[in-house]
Design a protein around this ligand. Structure first.
Ligand code: UDP
Length: 483
């Protein structure tokens, strides 16, 4: 049943200041707005321009969606002015201060809730105080994690049963108990907050967020039922949490401009350059390699990637998360000249949605960030998985073991900073995975599986599809709550 527009329903969205969290939350707000719900996205001054730009098309369609700006408490925690996103926190100390800062929004949010009187608060998992603030105003708080059902179930099982405490070393494997499939992991692949004691801001934040999640009304998940049905069921029936799957939310970006500008701060000139380059290539002939918005590899790891890619003799687009003023010591001598026309190195921000949707892309070497996985799947592109941190080692298992749409490059260890160290993945492994994929036979089956999943994704968000219907149900429930 299609919901009628609800002109009186008003939702506040509080995205965490990291692209992997903000981008899908903007898309979620756009989805609600497209169903006639009034949406307000709350953010800080340095993050406001990107969000304002991202909602222009929706506003142009006449949807009610706006941005409200609150102050980022830089001075209170001792961070430089404008340092309002995780990508700018370069040291452990800055990261700690940043995490401290996000616990200080509570009063400001309370004040604007008092002014605007929304009916509901959708806040990132890390804003644990949002549950209490919502309760003060008698409105429901929904949690947005950014992760999919598989990772949410896996993490919950690890936290509940602590299998990693029953092995004798970080590299000894264990099975995650009570999941629909046999999932084998090691302690090396788990978040440090699970394996280390201590009182860092992150550990405090995660503990408080878990507790606040239990008291929240429910969870909004960027996924679709057909992708991980056993885990969507497990999450709801076994773990007992109310949740709605409404993704892949990035599919709401239908206009070219929204795709090319998504998350971009600078000009779109390099977008055209990149697309023209891709358009000159044959179908499935280019390797796209990108590690999301946060991963910053050490120079020694970047050198291994460069040599590995070159040795594979394949065409590639490689996105390197490096400031433009960094010297290119991480590129082997003569690399650019030797790969002229064959490889494109993008420093900074790639138009990922457009790249993945281009038929020239044959495989996606990904760090397994959940947004990247969903975008790869939605575009029908198989993957070479190279998890680094966060929920990425769980996501790798979903892609390689359960869905069978990718192969693992062999990354074994969580990396939580960019300190200069030995490279975790060597050039030989990179060359082998890329070559096997591009010239082997295995990839055809993976490609057809992922193409089918991509079609299911588009069906899920279309009228009558599983995600479309879940969003309808959620709006219906909210409407029931407020009336
Ligand atoms: N992204 C992009 N261009 C880049 C890097 C990332 O558009 O050069 C987008 C990507 O499409 C995805 C998001 O940023 O939507 C990254 O989220 P993900 O969960 O994949 O990884 P994270 O950045 O959170 O590690």
């Amino acid at each position: 049943m299609e919901t009628k527009p609800h002109p009186h329903l008003h939702i506040f969205f509080l995205p965490f200041m990291a692209q992997g969290h903000t981008l899908p939350m903007i898309d979620i707000a756009k989805l609600f707005a497209s169903r006639g719900v009034k949406c307000t996205i709350v953010t800080t001054p340095a993050n406001a321009p990107i969000i304002s730009k991202a909602i222009q098309t929706s506003k142009g369609f006449g949807f009610e969606i706006e941005v409200v700006v609150i102050k980022f408490p830089s001075a209170e925690v001792g961070l430089p002015e404008g340092s309002e996103s995780t990508k700018l926190e370069k040291t452990d100390e800055m990261r700690e201060k940043f995490l401290k800062a996000i616990t200080l929004f509570e009063q400001q949010v309370e004040k604007i809730l008092d002014q605007h009187h929304p009916h509901c608060l959708v806040a990132d998992f890390l804003f644990h105080w949002a549950t209490n603030v919502a309760a003060k105003f008698g409105i429901p708080r929904f949690v947005f994690h950014g992760a999919g059902f598989f990772a949410l179930c896996s993490l919950k099982s690890v936290m509940l049963y602590q299998p990693h405490m029953k092995v004798s070393s970080d590299s000894e494997s264990f099975v995650i108990p009570s999941l629909p499939d046999e999932i084998i992991m090691t302690r090396n692949q788990l978040a440090p907050f699970l394996t280390r004691n201590g009182k860092t801001e992150l550990i405090k934040l995660i503990k408080a967020s878990r507790e606040a999640e239990e008291r929240s009304y429910g969870i909004i998940v960027n996924s679709y039922y057909e992708l991980e049905p056993d885990y969507a069921d497990h999450y709801r029936k076994v773990l007992g949490k109310k949740s709605w799957h409404i993704g892949p939310v990035s599919l709401c970006n239908k206009v070219e401009k929204d795709k090319s500008e998504r998350g971009r701060e600078g000009s779109v000139d390099e977008v055209h350059e990149c697309l023209n380059w891709l358009n000159s290539k044959k179908p499935n002939s280019v390797v796209y390699i990108c590690f999301g918005s946060m991963t910053k590899f050490s120079d020694c790891q970047l050198i291994e990637i460069a040599f590995g890619l070159e040795a594979s003799q394949q065409q590639f687009i490689w996105v390197v998360n490096k400031e433009n003023n960094d010297k290119e010591e991480w590129l082997p001598e003569g690399f650019k000249q030797r790969n002229e026309g064959k490889g494109l190195v993008i420093r900074g921000w790639a138009p990922q949605l457009l790249i993945l949707q281009n038929e020239a892309v044959g495989v996606f070497v990904t760090h397994c960030g959940w947004n990247s996985i969903l975008e790869g799947v939605s575009s029908g592109v198989p993957m070479i998985t190279w998890p680094v941190s966060a929920d990425q080692f769980f996501n790798e298992k979903l892609v390689t073991q359960i869905l069978g749409i990718g192969i693992a490059i062999g990354a074994q260890k969580w990396e939580d900073d960019s300190v200069q160290r030995e490279a975790n993945v060597k050039r030989e492994a990179i060359e082998k995975a890329v070559t096997e994929f591009m010239v082997g036979n295995e990839q055809e089956e993976m490609r057809s599986k992922v193409l089918a999943l991509g079609q299911m994704a588009r069906r899920a968000v279309a009228e009558g599809g599983s995600s479309h219907s879940d969003l309808t149900a959620l709006i219906g429930e909210l409407w029931f709550l407020v009336s």
